[in-house]
Design a protein around this ligand. Structure first.
Ligand code: NIG
Ligand code: FE
Length: 425
């Protein structure tokens, strides 16, 4: 791959009212991603922020004076700065683990067989219901911290292991508390329609009615940013998903969907019909559904961790997404069953190796497009006026983010202008 030449600064001059900056990093290279193509490289650059917002993104040489006179804190550093990574699909709040299922699958059992025999999602529901809110927070924080340590500054966190009002509420409250405790951006997604709890066996339509009923009070408590469902043979039908989406629409909540992961139930097209933020997984998505996603601006969220762990072979329709201009995001799907993955950078690596994304596509997928999949227009690129969410990486070029498997690449991780992890070494 040829590494493009540095682009010019976006041209936003530092304004007198921006001064003094809270922080200014000089000497690094920037991958701003603030263009339709390419990394938006600026070499020997400077990045300045104040009150949690970026105020300068450009060449060091264009700074209006001595850095020391411009900012309360000046950091001279090398490496590359990218926008903070946005993990737009996680189930990281849960109790217990499913390592035993991993062993069973390696012996030949399928994900569906395990689910139909009372394992799978429902076994995590048992463990999650048994944990109180503080315990659930204690168990979930290390996973959020691991994601942050490898560069994530925004985490989407789904409910879906409670499956009754009080336990879904508990999960969503824990998700919000993770944001408060760690200072990371958190977007919550209500996934009551994740699986059928045992007390509703044989009564899926009644359960969907209950899920719809819990949505308003949870929303009124400020616990829901978006609504999701698992539209699948072992999940819920398209008709049931539609009822969930209609309730969300009536409350003004955006939708997204676990769509077409194991079979094609037309889920991605259904998400598009509701102008959904995203359709996620999408391995079995048809050409017609891709066209519907393009028409409605629905992002395709690729989850290569689940593909990898389930040893799937059916690839998402990647060329069709590219041809139709459907934005592709990449996320971890961090969950105890299909994707016990605690690094978004590793998900980017898997997206390159399994799905043949380019490293640039994977980086855009974990920043710009992931932000869109959450409906966030204030992050995902380095640009004046955006949130000061960024990562300084110890690398010689951004393609290395997808090249290394593991490793400690994130030098400093900042969210809203506050350093969350890392050091200046
Ligand atoms: O995204 N597919 C459904 N939900 C999760 C799996 C959750 C689980 O197995 O616990 C997924 O893969
Ligand atoms: Fe998922």
């Amino acid at each position: 791959m040829s590494h493009s030449t540095p682009t010019a600064a976006p041209g936003d001059a530092l304004q007198p009212q921006d001064l003094p900056l809270d922080g200014l990093i000089v000497g690094v290279s920037l991958a701003t991603l603030d263009a339709d193509n390419g990394y938006g490289e600026i070499l020997d650059a400077a990045l300045g922020w104040r009150d949690g917002v970026l105020r300068y993104v450009g060449p060091r040489a264009d700074l209006p004076g001595d850095p020391a006179a411009l900012a309360a804190q000046v950091i001279v550093a090398d490496g590359w700065i990218t926008p903070g990574l946005v993990d737009c699909h996680t189930h990281l709040v849960f109790a217990g683990d499913r390592a035993r299922e991993f062993e069973l699958r390696l012996q030949g059992a399928s994900y569906e067989e395990i689910a139909r025999n009372g394992g799978g999602i429902v076994s995590t529901v048992r463990a999650t219901r048994a944990a109180d809110e503080d315990e659930l927070l204690r168990l979930s924080l290390p996973r959020a911290q691991a994601l942050i340590a490898d560069g994530a500054t925004t985490l989407e966190i789904k409910s879906g292991y409670g499956l009754d009002h009080d336990n879904e509420r508990k999960m969503l409250r824990v998700a919000r508390r993770i944001g408060e405790v760690l200072g990371v951006g958190v977007r919550t997604t209500y996934l009551g329609a994740h699986a059928l709890p045992p007390e509703y066996a044989g009564r899926a339509d009644d359960y969907i009615a209950a899920v719809c009923g819990w949505m308003r009070p949870l929303h009124e408590e400020g616990l829901i940013d978006a609504v999701d469902a698992f539209c699948e043979g072992i999940g819920f039908s398209a008709a049931q998903t539609r009822r969930v989406f209609e309730t969300a629409r009536a409350l003004g909540l955006p939708v997204k969907l676990h769509a077409d992961q194991l079979s094609d139930l037309g889920g991605a097209a259904l998400a598009a019909e509701f102008s959904g933020l995203s359709a996620d997984h999408v391995e079995y998505t048809s050409q017609a559904s891709v066209a519907a996603m393009a028409e409605h601006g629905t992002v395709a969220v690729l989850l290569p961790g689940a593909f990898h762990v389930l040893r799937e072979t059916r690839l998402p329709p990647l060329d069709a997404f590219r041809e139709h201009g459907v934005a592709m995001a990449v996320a971890t799907d961090c969950n105890p069953g299909t994707s016990p993955l605690q690094s978004l950078r590793q998900a980017m690596q898997l997206a390159c190796t399994h799905f043949r994304l380019t490293p640039l596509e994977a980086l855009r997928g974990a920043t710009v497009h992931a932000a869109r999949a959450l409906g966030c227009d204030d992050r995902g690129v380095l640009r004046v006026g955006m949130r000061a969410d960024f990562v300084r990486w110890r690398i010689g070029h951004p393609s290395e983010l997808c090249y290394w498997l593991g490793g400690a690449l994130a030098g400093d991780v900042y969210a809203g202008g506050r350093r969350l992890a890392g050091g200046t070494a």
